[in-house]
Design a protein around this ligand. Sequence first.
Ligand SMILES: Cc1cc2nc3c(=O)[nH]c(=O)nc-3n(C[C@H](O)[C@H](O)[C@H](O)COP(=O)(O)OP(=O)(O)OC[C@H]3O[C@@H](n4cnc5c(N)ncnc54)[C@H](O)[C@@H]3O)c2cc1C
Length: 542
Amino acid sequence: MRTPPGVSPSDFALAVAQFQAAVGPDWVFTSDEDLDLYKDAYSPFWGEPEEKIAYAAVAPQTVEEVQAVVRIANQYKVPLYPISTGKNLGYGGSAPVLSGSVVLDLKRMNRILEVNEKNAYALVEPGVSYFDLYRYIHERGLKVWIDCPDPGWGSVIGNAVDRGGGYTAAMFRNHFDAHCGMEVVLPTGDLLRTGMGAMPNAETWQMYKSGYGPWIDGLFSQSNFGVVTKMGIWLMPEPEAYLNGTVSVFGYDDLVPFIDILNQLENGQVFTGMPFLGSPVFSGIDPGDQMRPNNDPELAAILAAPGGPPKEALEAHSRKVGKGLWAAKLQFYGPEKVIRAQWEHCRERFSAIPGAVFEDGDLLRFPLAPDQLVNEHKVTFGIPNLSIFFIGARSETSPPGDGHIWFSPIIPRTAEAIFEAQRVFRDAADSLGLPMQPIALPSTYWQRAFIFIFGFPITHDIETNKKNRAAFRTLVKIAAEHGWGEYRTAPAYQDDIMDTYSFNDHALRRFHETVKDAVDPNGVISAGRYGIWPKHLRGTRA
Ligand SMILES: Cc1cc2nc3c(=O)[nH]c(=O)nc-3n(C[C@H](O)[C@H](O)[C@H](O)COP(=O)(O)OP(=O)(O)OC[C@H]3O[C@@H](n4cnc5c(N)ncnc54)[C@H](O)[C@@H]3O)c2cc1C
């Protein structure tokens, strides 16, 4: 058996024996066959010595077992790497940041402790997947929806602590923002409850977020300050109906008033569904459409123009083929009368842009029949599924690949920022030899900022991966020079990205490290995650 960095073989053997005593021998894994399952299937280090690998894994079932494992880890200074369901593909999978760590696999802690229909929340353990929570709610006929990311096999807790996002109404799409109250095993093994949960017998743990005093929940997201063992999540009351409508405009510069109106309507909560942005002339506006671009040779010639597509040519082509150059699909949830009036109001507001064209979409009532769902993006209705792997990673137009890493910078929510980012990333892609959609549009998960999401290919060719890693790092720097930071990242790039959050001589990182030293003096939890290294490893940032 290999031993984690800095741990002697005899200490590691003792630690493993004590892990076995704490959780039962069946739930400690040390064989290569078992540990291979904890590799990152989308690793940019595939086949290289830097590949992140676990030297053991331990799967407790109770909070007390988690505490025992953490205490043993402290005794022998064994690095642990907690995961919930470990499906973080594109952002690191289930592999530890520090090779040789012991993965603390929380999948077996899969109890749904409460679903409160009246007050629309759930309290879950880390191993509860979106499928589990949906099934629980569905089987009991409860009138609440979950909000889930595209892949439904991930976990409510793992996704939220990594600050992931979903697709229903705005106040539920940001999963960390939608959480309410946590239970955390601290790196010393002590147990903490946040928010109202700090009060014994609290009656409002999942109803009021901040509790009393500094609100510390953020310290347990994208961090390594503890192991989250319970979390509350706010659910969406099932709406009476759903409606969508599409607005298209044909002028290149129309995007400026278009985004301004979109923002005013969204910030004023005239619509709360996710407003998909797209370019119908180029592809479409539904998820995945950008991966299926139009093959029109005339359009291809315009897009291939040196220095980027000329806007007059794009406009002329868009008018000729009768497809908008820019469009948004607005989505509404609520009582039929209300959402029809909201859509009507949106139409009035967008009519200020000359030539704007409107298309009424479907009005749906719930529950939906299976045949109504066939062509729908199911997560819009809080229904977990795995069809994204068909849309994005395996289809007629996209043969099976070896995965991808997400490059996902946050940019301002203005048309000017979109134009600038398109230009900057197009030029960067040209000079780095990367494929890039010529008029890529950002995603709208979050209300106040855009997020560009580019899937950076992973291959099983080491030289190509090396080249792509260098290109990724260059893109991170280029984005930072423009004031655009990544919202989340895989371990391979976490230090590069933390380096860009450098205001006042890296005051943020220095603060993280001060907290790390205070709460995790032995540095046993997720060493290096999000660029926070324990003291003894700070000289060796990966
Ligand atoms: C094709 C495709 C589409 C995707 N679409 C989306 C999407 O729409 N939205 C989205 O958000 N993501 C998306 N992802 C990324 C990813 O698959 C999901 O975010 C997934 O839910 C994360 O995996 P998980 O829930 O199993 O979390 P985990 O892998 O269990 O956890 C994620 C990270 O959080 C930390 N962590 C987890 N649990 C704990 C804990 N209990 N205590 C302390 N720290 C913990 C660890 O650092 C871990 O690495 C997509 C990925 C792919 C490949």
